[in-house]
Design a protein around this ligand. Structure first.
Ligand SMILES: Cc1ncc(COP(=O)(O)O)c(C=O)c1O
Length: 362
């Protein structure tokens, strides 16, 4: 094998996709509840996405050396949706968090707080802030980092007292699909008032996945910096850091940059994704949560919101294998949590059927 396989690979050879379904090379049809780890929000072979991917006229890449209306247009739309003032484009989640960290640090250097169970990416800055990697032996950034106990407002208040920067996931994904409680958001509001810069890592929870554009909005919380990636580029790499003016105005040319960040093809696709979210899909997600998820929530002990859901099983690997045989692709985190990040276009009947089968398998 030439590919460096450092992934827990699912033993299925995928040949094509259609809507929320994937098809293997042997022709088996799967309902995809992983969605390329939360990326394929419009499912597969969306006609608008396909037509942009096939467009001949567009320059795929231009670099940030030139002005372009698309860059301004998508920035404006993101600022409206995130309550921010300026946008920096990247190619991935970890790059968004690296940039956010540099921007916040420039304004307010000092102790950085993250949370137990957090995952912010695998490049060394994001890695240093990811509690899930605390036992991995790689170099860390040269800054004081501390981890707050999950959903413990007292610990957050105490450790927050002298913190300059806090990074949080409103819902932890790799950490087991755990929703941050209202009390912690209350403390975050206090700390923010006192001048701590709060970065919301909405890479998995944002982009409408929970029925609001940002998951922080469920708690009326306005972060200073929001990081996005995953489905923003409609299936091709695109990330964004959306920040308040105080942070942006502190940065100067050369402080940061990215060659490919915000390439034109990805921005064109972002336009489609944002349009569809606002016109139809966020409402669909709220509806599917109310009419389907809530019916199964207590029975399966489902955590999460919208289409960012998780529940525990006795043995994740066994569960995923059995579900695969039955035509469903699911992702397992922390050994026994089933994490669901399906395409937003999944229909009520499809999700209902999945929960019925999952209930039988459990
Ligand atoms: C919350 C969160 N932050 C950061 C990342 C890193 O994103 P990427 O893999 O695009 O670098 C992820 C990826 O799953 C994520 O879920």
């Amino acid at each position: 094998m030439d590919f460096l396989n450092i992934y827990p690979t699912i033993p299925v050879q995928i040949k094509r996709g259609e809507g929320p379904y994937l098809f293997s090379s042997s022709g088996k049809k799967y309902l995809d509840l992983i969605g390329g780890i939360g990326v394929n929000v419009l499912g597969y072979r969306d006609p608008e996405v396909m037509s942009i991917l096939g467009e001949a006229g567009i320059i795929p890449h231009l670099s940030n050396l030139y002005m372009h209306t698309l860059r301004e247009d998508i920035s404006m739309r993101l600022n409206k949706l995130c309550g921010s003032d300026r946008v920096f484009f990247t190619n991935s989640g970890t790059e968004s968090n690296e940039a956010a960290l540099k921007f916040a640090w420039k304004m307010n250097p000092g102790k950085i707080l993250s949370f137990e169970g957090s995952f912010h990416g695998r490049s060394l800055g994001s890695f240093s802030l990811s509690h899930l990697f605390i036992h991995q032996d790689f170099p860390r950034i040269d800054a004081p980092v501390d981890f707050v106990r999950w959903n413990n407002p007292r610990d957050l208040r105490e450790k927050g007292r002298d913190a300059s920067i806090i990074i949080l996931e409103p819902i932890q994904g790799a950490g087991g699909v755990r929703v941050m409680n209202k009390e912690c958001f209350g403390v975050l509001k206090e700390l923010k008032k006192r001048g701590t810069i709060v970065i919301a890592d909405e890479i998995q929870s944002g982009l409408g996945r929970t029925g609001e554009f940002l998951a922080c909005s469920h708690n009326d919380f306005q972060p200073d910096v929001v990081t996005l990636a995953k489905g923003l580029g409609g299936g091709i790499p695109l990330g964004a850091v959306c920040m308040k003016e105080e942070i942006a105005s502190n940065l100067k040319i050369g402080d940061h940059g990215s060659t490919m960040g915000g390439n034109l093809k990805a921005l064109r696709l972002a336009g489609v994704v944002l349009e569809r979210l606002l016109n139809q899909l966020m409402e669909h997600i709220r509806d599917i949560e109310n009419s389907v998820v809530e019916r199964y929530r207590s029975g399966l002990e489902i955590r999460g919101r919208g289409l960012f859901l998780g529940f525990d099983v006795a043995n994740g690997e066994d569960f995923a294998r059995i579900m695969r045989e039955k035509g469903y692709l699911v992702n397992i985190v922390r050994k026994n949590t089933v994490r669901l990040l399906p395409p937003y276009i999944i229909r009520k009947e499809e999700l209902t059927e999945f929960f019925d089968v999952a209930g039988e398998v459990i």
